[in-house]
Design a protein around this ligand. Structure first.
Ligand code: NDP
Length: 283
């Protein structure tokens, strides 16, 4: 028979909604201007975060970002809560990204959540002909940029001593091969993200800083749209590789990111959350 844990105080019952709440929390999201990053920033705001800072390349935020910004203002009122802030920066610039983390820490007095979602995918290039600079560019954004973003937030989590949750956006492409695609740089970079999350989780666990990776399957965004819009029939192939027989919507990441960011997942670190599986293709 199952036995209750013998040590420690009896847990205080809490409403699940309280565990999922991000009230008073501060977040940093890279790639938060559009696509999956923006959906995840939106989720953090909806879960009650006090402020979410989005880092992205363009000098001015997208229309979609501005809609979420307006929504946040309505949701939380004008009392300074639920702010969505936009910062134009390149995640491959370690000094700049660290500085952004410090400025947020100085301003907010805390850092609780980080979602490193900025990433790039190049059109198919033969692996034996892959140019060095293109390979390096993908690695710089998808690996170095993810590390620098996690560092920027993690350094502030350490500074304030409240722990935190870091979510590194990888991909199912980090653990499967995509037959018919020549994505050697992307797949390599996403594989690195999985191990980065596990390594950081081990190092930071004692400080109650949790690090998990989030591996989306196929979700329609600008990144994937660039492929399916150009290759007739590709979407059907992707659909056939999904257990539910469809590709995902960006908003379908909101729940999982809220769970990972919040106290609803306090014993979850070093894990890979797959949303959703791509069936392994034999090459
Ligand atoms: P998008 O291309 O829609 O969004 C990526 C965002 O990252 C863009 O806003 C982009 O800015 C930003 N970005 C790119 N490079 C940099 C940089 N150097 N510095 C700062 N920001 C940068 O992609 P998705 O939303 O689809 O993807 C988000 C993440 O999810 C990526 O890491 C991707 O690999 C991953 N993913 C996506 C899947 C999918 O099916 N969509 C599947 C698996 C993983 P800009 O607007 O200038 O391009």
């Amino acid at each position: 028979a199952l036995k209750a844990p013998s040590s420690g105080p009896a847990p205080t019952p809490t409403l699940l909604s309280k565990e999922f709440s991000l009230a008073d929390r501060v977040g940093l999201v890279s790639g938060g201007n559009r696509g999956l990053g923006l959906e995840m920033a939106y989720a953090l705001i909806e879960a009650g975060a006090r402020a979410v800072y989005c880092i992205d390349l363009p000098k001015t935020p997208s229309e979609d970002w501005q809609k979420v910004h307006a929504y946040a203002a309505r949701l939380h009122g004008k009392g300074g809560e639920g702010r969505l802030e936009y910062i134009s920066a390149d995640v491959t610039d370690q000094k700049a990204i660290w500085k952004i983390g410090e400025t947020i820490g100085d301003r907010e007095g805390r850092m609780d959540v980080c979602v490193a979602a900025a990433g790039i995918l190049k059109q198919d290039i033969d692996c034996l002909e892959y140019p060095a600079d293109t390979f390096q560019e993908v690695i710089s954004v998808n690996v170095n940029g993810v590390l620098y973003t996690a560092q920027a937030a993690g350094r502030q989590m350490r500074r304030f001593g409240n722990g935190g949750s870091i979510i590194l956006v990888g991909s199912m492409s980090g653990s499967i091969t995509n037959q018919g695609h020549s994505w050697v740089s992307y797949n390599t970079s996403k594989s690195a993200v999985l191990q980065m999350a596990r390594s950081m989780a081990c190092e930071l666990g004692k400080e109650d800083i949790r690090v998990n990776s989030l591996s989306p399957g196929y979700i329609y965004t600008k990144l994937t749209g660039a492929f399916v819009d150009k290759q007739p029939g590709l979407i059907d192939k992707w659909i056939s590789q999904n257990p539910q027989g469809r590709i995902g919507r960006p908003d379908e990441l909101r729940g999982v990111v809220t769970w990972l960011a919040s106290d609803a997942s306090t014993y979850c670190t070093g894990s890979e959350c797959v949303v959703s599986l791509i069936l392994f293709i034999k090459c």
